[in-house]
Design a protein around this ligand. Structure first.
Ligand SMILES: Nc1ncnc2c1ncn2[C@@H]1O[C@H](COP(=O)(O)OP(=O)(O)O)[C@@H](O)[C@H]1O
Ligand SMILES: [Mg+2]
Length: 304
């Protein structure tokens, strides 16, 4: 390893040593809702955490969507003599994305594997993330360069959350994602089945657009946990396009309730592994509302 790389590796270990938990969100296929799951998970955890303790690394170099879904289009990374800092989104969520470095929205990134790996390494080693309770990593679909880089650079990762849709076409490729994590010795926290049924807004009939139950059956088959299902809901798409995580703006929707249960299971996984930030304290656990979120009053106390 060259001296420069060694230095970078040392910085990476130092910086990432200050991040308590790391979770990557992966899938077999594109367009199944990884980024939607990532940003809403970040919000769910940010509500449980002190401000500025949750971060997202958008590791989708060719199709970065985290900034758009958090209403951060046009933000930039703050660069100062002491380093580069993440941009700050809703609830103080710290975000780093290649999108913050591109001259325009239409600029494509035309890079081969090694360059992408080097960008991801720099995002982890050269950005001043600070002390974080949780870093979520949003990956492009599949088991390509970006996913491999992240897993190799962060072998201490708590685990991966796998997002799928119920169709068998999606199940086939998602199995590869599960095997990929297993091969690299990264725990699989569980599977989220997204776009699972649509309730007709007019008559209330359930339409299983992409079939039903595939995610759960596949989880059983592969011996990994099933975290829950999120229905198709046009309001989720609208909220994402407008840059507002749907669990913030549609708290009472069935989708938000399912999502809260999923977030709670992931929180439970981290809790077992030694706690999630301040919430490791039983008093805070007792103060959760039914969705596993800390009540507003408590938030204020903590933020004060
Ligand atoms: N449950 C859902 N209901 C409606 N739209 C959804 C749902 N999940 C995701 N979407 C929308 O589908 C599109 C793809 O989701 P995205 O999170 O970008 O997928 P990925 O990151 O896996 O490529 C986005 O426009 C998103 O807003
Ligand atoms: Mg995405």
């Amino acid at each position: 390893m060259s001296g420069v790389l060694q230095e970078q590796e040392k910085r990476l270990r130092e910086r990432m040593g200050r991040v308590k938990h790391k979770i990557a969100v992966i899938s077999g296929k594109g367009g199944v809702g990884k980024t939607m799951v990532t940003v809403n998970l970040a919000v769910a955890f940010a509500k449980k955490s002190a401000p500025g303790k949750v971060g997202i690394l958008d590791a989708d170099i060719h199709g970065p969507c985290v900034p758009r879904m958090l209403g951060m289009k046009g933000d930039i990374l703050r660069i100062s003599p002491i380093g580069a800092f993440p941009a700050t989104g809703p609830l103080g969520i710290k975000v780093v994305s290649i999108d913050f470095l591109l001259p325009s929205q239409e600029t494509p990134v035309i890079w081969r594997g090694p360059l992408k790996m080097s960008a991801i390494r720099q995002f982890l080693s050269d950005i001043t993330w600070g002390e974080l309770d949780l870093l979520l990593i949003d990956l492009p679909p599949g088991t390509g360069d970006e996913a491999l880089s992240v897993m190799q650079l962060l072998p201490e990762m708590d685990g991966v959350v796998i997002v799928t849709i119920p169709s068998e076409v999606s199940q086939d490729v998602v199995k590869k994602a599960v095997m990929f994590a297993k091969e690299l010795n990264i725990p699989v926290i569980g599977v989220v089945e997204n776009m699972s049924g649509l309730i007709c807004p007019n008559c209330g009939t359930r339409i299983d657009v992409f079939k039903k139950g595939g995610g759960e059956a596949m989880s059983r088959e592969l011996g990994v946990d099933f975290l829950g299902r999120i229905p198709l809901d046009p309001r989720i798409c609208e909220a994402s396009d407008e840059g507002m995580p749907f669990i913030m703006v549609q708290e009472d929707s069935p989708a938000a309730k399912s999502f809260a249960e999923i977030a709670e299971k992931i929180w439970g996984f981290l809790y077992e592994k030694g706690g999630f930030g301040m919430e490791a304290h039983p008093e805070h656990v007792r103060n959760m509302d039914k969705n596993g979120l800390r009540r507003e009053a408590d938030n204020k106390e903590v933020n004060a």
